[in-house]
Design a protein around this ligand. Sequence first.
Ligand SMILES: Nc1nc2c(c(=O)[nH]1)N[C@H]1C(S)=C(S)[C@@H](COP(=O)(O)OP(=O)(O)OC[C@H]3O[C@@H](n4cnc5c(=O)[nH]c(N)nc54)[C@H](O)[C@@H]3O)O[C@H]1N2
Ligand SMILES: Nc1nc2c(c(=O)[nH]1)N[C@H]1C(S)=C(S)[C@@H](COP(=O)(O)OP(=O)(O)OC[C@H]3O[C@@H](n4cnc5c(=O)[nH]c(N)nc54)[C@H](O)[C@@H]3O)O[C@H]1N2
Ligand code: SF4
Ligand SMILES: [Mo]
Length: 687
Amino acid sequence: MSETRIVKTLCRMCDDRCGIDVHLDGDKITRIEGNRDHVWNRGRLCIKGSHGLEMFTSPQRLKHPLKRTEQGFVEIPLEQALDEIAEKIKGIQAKYGARAVGVWKGEAVGFAQQEELARRWIHAIGSPNYFSNDSACFASRWMGGGLVLGPQGFQADVDNAKCLIYWGQNPPNSHPNVTQQINRARERGARLIVIDVRFTQIARQADLFVQVRPGTDGALALGIIRELIQNDWLDHDFIERYTLGFERLKEYAQQFTYDYVAKETGCDAAALIPQIAREIRDSMPRTGIVVGNGFEHHENGVNSIRAVTCIDGLIGSVDQKGGKYLPVGLDIRYLPLYDQKPLKELEPLGADKFPVLYDFRHECHTMTLMDTILSGEPYPIKAIVMTAANPAITNPNSDKVRKALSSLELFVVRDLFLSETAQLADYVLPAASYLERSELVTHGLFHTVTLTNRVLPPPPEVQDEYQFFHDLAHRLGAGEYFPWENEDALNAWLLEDTGLTLEELKKAPSGYQYARPRYQKYREREADGEPPFKTPSGKVEFVSDYLAGYGYPDLPVYIPPKTNQPDPDYPFALVTGARKLPFCHARGHNLPALSQALRSPEIEIHEADAQKLGVKEGDQVRVTSRIGSIVIPVHVAVADEIMPGVVQITHGWKEANVNRLTLDDTFDFLSGFPVMKSVPVRVEKEG
Ligand SMILES: Nc1nc2c(c(=O)[nH]1)N[C@H]1C(S)=C(S)[C@@H](COP(=O)(O)OP(=O)(O)OC[C@H]3O[C@@H](n4cnc5c(=O)[nH]c(N)nc54)[C@H](O)[C@@H]3O)O[C@H]1N2
Ligand SMILES: Nc1nc2c(c(=O)[nH]1)N[C@H]1C(S)=C(S)[C@@H](COP(=O)(O)OP(=O)(O)OC[C@H]3O[C@@H](n4cnc5c(=O)[nH]c(N)nc54)[C@H](O)[C@@H]3O)O[C@H]1N2
Ligand code: SF4
Ligand SMILES: [Mo]
């Protein structure tokens, strides 16, 4: 009889990192359940998390390195694969320069140390070219919030808010535990406002739902600002002491009359703006405003996020209980080499076009990468090492992505599966899953840190992220930057400044509480003679001299999206990427339980539009943008789930890949984010 046991760790089927109990019989995992002691999910798992074992045991999982040959992929030993890759990288760097090599990490390993390892490795081998999914995710929210409050990761304190505003985010599908937090807040009497282009699941629970046209949130935010100022529903003390540019913002917001906002957003601004402003007045400063991914893929995303963040400043809801809170940090050591080896003189790709993205996130620009690979301008990029990403499906203009990645001299992909992107690679290396790694994970709002447990060691030729970057760095003469013997040694080093030890964390597998909430920490900094906020002026910035220095407008100006000007060739505004619970981007489609939960891609379309096009539920339509065309079944949205003239398609499906339509040459001018949520398209009945 083999021994049964439970190992506690965190789920990583998405970045929410719920606590899990992994049940084992000997060295065989038998099931995964929610960890009831974990403060974040309290025992609950979503469908992805409870089927994590399917990913782990999938017969499609890669166990051996693959090399492309004229006969297709063949298996080769790991050491040989690493030797050959290292030799090729050396050859490319000798011929074209160190910067001709780039690294790209994807969403499946997320933030924190796995991301930092990729950043460290690329600088260690002398190139500044670090790419990631974050040039289309989250970085622009970080920038929008950071430009106003400082780049420190303020978050809405959902558990203590009196009023929550979910704006461009649908937690039931994207962050299921947040839905429980919202429910608990509602039980305490908190109000809920949802602002979205679609009548989502969270919108159905709201006290007030505001439906807007895609990419017009900046206008609504400025309309709300105007209303708050006109009614004098403000925190004067905070504004006077801690903010910069109030008079300029006040003057600019005057243009955002009810009529103008109604024209831009399509909502009944005269009725809704006063209602929203009254909810803010009644709850301030315990007003928790959350900005989602819905803001990010427009031409004016960062400025819309800035405008919303200005509301926090006006009502003094900054580092406040129940408002925009700054979690107390933990001093985990930082792996990237931006201080020791900044390599700015090597012109990180895209940093000239999108300097704010580079300043705030040290991100190179993945859309520029595709053009650069194909054109050799401004300098050649010949090799990419990619881990945990599938841009052949997830990046805009997928046809170009495929063409560019296929034309590299060396393309290495680390994945659990032979993904659509891995199929284009010269070498595919099998990667360890989250059950085979150990890393430090913090849940900021709860002030906990967890050392995840390696439930089982990876199979012999399957490497965790650390081992891979370590082995390649040592082969490339950069071993000094990867001195740790393994992940455990690395984890111990990362903790050194925190005063915590691995042993202490091992005793707290449901999370170690390293701090308690502390509010208004800007006052502590002020008392210590430090600038209260980490902006250039040390204040909350309604206007930004830093942006003006780059020639950008200093105010959070609103620019109407192109889809607000009717184009007879492309009359619909296409929104993409609304999350569906069973899948994480392109992940999960190959797992039986998840693919059965949602069988087909679809285009959501208003019933009046469906009627005009002569299509009904399940019919096929052709959707065409300026760059491509796909065929996809129709879902006729009931009632006003979506506005007439607006359609939605979720990304991730290879059968109907919406990123063949999304634009990689039209950007948010501050972040360089691609336009993936207000794409002008045509919809026609197929056949
Ligand atoms: N049209 C449109 N496109 C979008 C979006 C949108 O809203 N609309 N959203 C964008 C956003 S926000 C994001 S974050 C990106 C995400 O895009 P990507 O970063 O490309 O993420 P995934 O599609 O999840 O690809 C992750 C890959 O990692 C593999 N993988 C899984 N676990 C592991 C692991 O532990 N280690 C390694 N090495 N590999 C692993 C998976 O098998 C999968 O092939 O997509 C973007 N694309
Ligand atoms: N199941 C699942 N969960 C995920 C992911 C996944 O792929 N699947 N991805 C993870 C990642 S990497 C991310 S970045 C997050 C994203 O998570 P969220 O930020 O919650 O993104 P969504 O759930 O898609 O919600 C975006 C909402 O914005 C709306 N929207 C689109 N355009 C606009 C607009 O112009 N204005 C307004 N007001 N609303 C708009 C859409 O209708 C949609 O309801 O989800 C994470 N969680
Ligand atoms: S939300 Fe679901 S997939 Fe994400 S960590 Fe939690 S259980 Fe896992
Ligand atoms: Mo994302």
